[in-house]
Design a protein around this ligand. Structure first.
Ligand code: UT7
Length: 381
């Protein structure tokens, strides 16, 4: 019996703090008009000092888990797609796994730039369809505001922060993620890069002074690449799913530039009502952009069971990726108050367990040290 991978839960988080084009134009040489005309962006959400990639990922994941109506301990694997992890290591996915109390789950981060969420969804689908796992939490989360050069008008107007998550579950019922396309062309790696802070240019005064820890982008070349791959990857993935292009009910592209989206939609002959766009309110949130758009499309009533969706991303690497999804999950009603309370209690309990586990680790280390001291033989005379 073939296995299928269905998206059964979804959730999102964006920081409440909004940065409008007008506000940005007061700090850097740009205008609201230029940003809207050239990109379609009107505002973006920016994380406060209390918000970070793991925190936003946890919020989005909790929502997705509630919609899916699964217990965190049912989750087999947590994948966080991000280019702005909480730390170099440990993986952000491990922090999320702990915060959720997903005690049985493995966890890893996946870095494929703005295509990250698509790569992660394809990975989860393969693992489920192959029978390795049954329930996988896939998250795209970014705090891009922390790696932006706020004096570079060519990049600082484009990006925003946020997170989106889905729960993917195995089933014998046909549908769900039916096809995936992954692509890479590393020869274009330098076109979109954060050059500092890795093994090639480790962080030091020189990398910081030359702002090598911030995004460097050749916008025009990335633009040309994007318009090329968005349409071709979408065509390929639809074909792999056995769909003609007119079967697509909703196209959810990576939200980077409305002109790139329009050009892909035109090449695919998709009318505007079949193309989901929300980048005017969020800017480019990289790996979070597609799950954020998916959540908003569901909230707006644009997706119903049986619909054929194509989601496609492109970004640093250079990478591109697409998935064809036959949607199968009805939008659930609000969680009943007792269930919501149980869920809050469960997260509180996993928070307490995590603190106790950390404390016990310290006690264990201290006791082991004491035993070492007592067992140490006196030095020979
Ligand atoms: O997720 C993947 C991430 N990256 C992308 O998706 C980026 C893809 N590229 C793009 O979206 C577009 O190339 C941009 C929006 C980045 C730039 O738009 P463009 O139409 O390609 O503009 P450009 O880079 O060719 O620049 C045109 C002019 C230049 O001035 P000159 O040389 O013609 O005098 C820029 O200096 O616009 C100027 N410019 C700006 N002016 C006002 C660049 N940024 C700004 C700005 N405000 N923020």
């Amino acid at each position: 019996m073939p296995r299928y991978a269905h998206i059964i839960g979804w959730g999102k988080y964006v920081p409440p703090n909004i940065l409008t084009n007008e506000a940005l134009a007061k700090t850097v040489d740009t205008t609201d008009e230029w940003i809207r005309e050239r990109t379609g962006i009107a505002q973006r959400h920016i994380a406060s000092s209390k918000e970070s990639t793991a925190m936003m990922a946890v919020h989005a994941a909790r929502e997705a888990i509630e919609v899916a109506d699964v217990n965190p301990s049912d989750i087999d694997l947590v994948i966080v797609a991000t280019a702005t992890p909480e730390y170099m290591f440990p993986a952000t996915a491990c922090l999320v796994q702990d915060a959720l109390g997903a005690s049985r789950a493995g966890a890893f981060d996946l870095e494929a730039g703005c295509s990250g969420f698509m790569y992660a969804l394809a990975t989860a689908t393969g693992m489920i369809r192959g029978g390795m796992y049954n329930t996988i939490l896939v998250i795209g989360a970014e705090t891009l505001s922390r790696i932006i050069d706020w004096n570079d008008r060519a990049t600082c107007v484009l990006f925003g922060d946020g997170a989106g998550a889905v729960v993917v579950r195995g089933s014998d019922e046909p549908g769900g993620v039916l096809a995936s396309i992954l692509g890479s062309d590393g020869s274009g790696g330098e076109l979109l890069i954060v050059p500092g802070g890795g093994s090639k240019h480790p962080t030091g005064p020189d990398t910081v002074l030359s702002k090598m820890h911030t995004i460097k982008m050749s916008g025009r070349e990335v633009y040309r690449f994007a318009t090329r791959v968005m349409a071709s990857a979408s065509r390929q993935v639809a074909e792999q799913a056995g769909w003609s292009l007119d079967k697509i009910d909703l196209f959810i592209p990576h939200q980077a530039n409305v002109r790139i989206i329009d050009s892909a939609a035109k090449a695919l002959k998709l009318p505007p009502e079949k193309v989901f766009v929300n980048l005017d309110r969020y800017g480019n949130t990289s790996a979070a952009s597609i799950p954020l758009a998916l959540c908003e499309a569901i909230d707006a009533g644009k997706i119903k069971p049986g619909d054929h969706l194509v989601m496609v991303g492109f970004g640093a690497g250079l990478t591109w990726a697409a998935c064809a999804v036959q949607w199968s999950t009805a939008k659930p009603g609000a969680l009943a108050p007792p269930r919501a309370a149980v869920s809050r209690l469960r997260y509180l309990w996993s928070g307490i367990k995590s603190i106790v586990a950390r404390a016990l680790r310290h006690v264990d280390a201290a006791v082991s040290k004491l035993i070492d001291i007592f067992e140490r033989k006196p030095p020979e005379e």
